[in-house]
Write a protein that binds this ligand. Structure first.
Ligand SMILES: *[C@@H]1O[C@H](CO)[C@@H](O)[C@H](O)[C@H]1NC(C)=O
Ligand SMILES: *[C@@H]1O[C@H](CO)[C@@H](O)[C@H](O)[C@H]1NC(C)=O
Length: 145
């Protein structure tokens, strides 16, 4: 029994060592290059980040009583974590547009305010949880100042 265990340990050690030498050994089924469970920095112009920023500002607009719609104007930093789908953590800025909420305009068609009295930009932190196979998007955290 003892020799068998020793042999097993030896085999595993060899496999692990060989794996560590080959960069592709452990990442074949992780084509995104992300390690499950750990937040990773992601490009701020990644399509998933931009969609998450849009969801955040839509949530913001729905929860505030400003007469104008705000739109995401800058993504400062983005992290993503694999959690039953993808959880984005964003440092993002929202700026007031010229579209009134009552107009029900599409945000893509809304320009930012140029009027100095009405211009406003807020710095926000949001967490956006996307579960593609359930077509579900939640914004569990949204803080702006
Ligand atoms: C929008 O706001 C209403 C009332 O404040 C709330 O009941 C609703 O859940 C909100 N919807 C979203 C998507 O945040
Ligand atoms: C800017 O907005 C304020 C407040 O609505 C308004 O009184 C002012 O006339 C506007 N200025 C310009 C240049 O449009």
């Amino acid at each position: 029994m003892r020799p068998a265990r020793a042999l097993l340990a030896f085999c595993c050690l060899v496999v692990l060592t060989a794996g560590a030498r080959s960069p592709d050994f452990c990442s074949q089924d992780l084509n995104s290059g992300l390690k499950p469970g750990f937040p990773e920095t992601i490009k701020t112009d990644d399509p998933g980040v931009l969609a998450a920023a849009r969801h955040s500002v839509e949530r913001f607009n729905n929860c505030t009583d400003d007469i104008f719609l705000f739109k995401e104007s800058f993504v400062r930093r983005a992290l993503v974590q694999i959690v039953k789908g993808l959880k984005y953590m964003l440092e993002v800025e929202f700026s007031r547009t010229t579209c009134r909420k009552t107009s029900h305009a599409q945000l893509d068609n809304c320009d930012f305010q140029s009027n100095h009295t009405l211009k406003q930009t807020l710095s926000c932190y949001s967490e956006v949880w996307v579960i593609p196979w359930l077509q579900k998007v939640e914004v569990p955290v949204l803080r702006c100042h």
